[in-house]
Design a protein around this ligand. Sequence first.
Ligand SMILES: Nc1nc2c(c(=O)[nH]1)N[C@H]1C(S)=C(S)[C@@H](COP(=O)(O)O)O[C@H]1N2
Ligand SMILES: [Mo]
Length: 233
Amino acid sequence: MTDPRNEAESGPPLARRVMLSMLGAGALGLFAAPYVQSAWEKVSQGDPTGLTGLLPNPGGFRYFSVAASVPRKQESDYRLKIDGLVDRPGTYTLDALHALPQTRVVGDVQCTDGWRVPKTPFEGVLLSHLLDAAGVRPEGKAVRFTCFDGVYSESLTLAQARRSDVLVALKMLDEPMTHDHGGPVRLYVAPMYFYKSAKWLSGITVTDQVIPGYWEEYGYDVDGWLDGADRSV
Ligand SMILES: Nc1nc2c(c(=O)[nH]1)N[C@H]1C(S)=C(S)[C@@H](COP(=O)(O)O)O[C@H]1N2
Ligand SMILES: [Mo]
């Protein structure tokens, strides 16, 4: 899949980047997307060649947020709202989510940028469980996700949302979800590219059609299947 962020995020090819750095590190800033925040890249900004940006970072994950800053939610002030085309709209606290049956899914994490972290454990509540509890109306055909960063959104068809490897995840790597990874609660859509796994999840809305999410407005596929994913389950 082509990645519309590549140009903006990593700038021009390396040789040209090095040349540009001779003109002054400031020139590189022109190529940095204002809407993509990567902590790792911020660290690498001390390196005007951008070479450290090509090195693997610890743990393999890269931090992504389209919002410049995201409020931290404590256990007590977190809420997840479920609404839209459902019979029983409602709001979950973190305790309420913890009280539901927990499912562990081990899957590959893969960003369209090319980095990949295989066999990563996630744990939480099956999205299908929350949808069943809310009672999806017959007109409900898709699910839209919103986030307390105030910007990001994602979407799945109802069939995708009901898969047994799609979680409202409270844990990652067998630890409570950290803020940087989208805690306290993020989505994990195991069979799809990681952009589908919305961080800082705060809203689940059942809709009558798929509403393209944040990156999908920029050309990403709404169906972000990974190569080799079993699309039937
Ligand atoms: N709210 C929110 N969720 C998001 C994103 C984002 O910018 N904001 N980026 C997506 C992308 S492109 C990736 S690769 C992963 C990165 O997750 P990580 O920061 O835990 O590695 O989160 C996805 N979910
Ligand atoms: Mo990504």
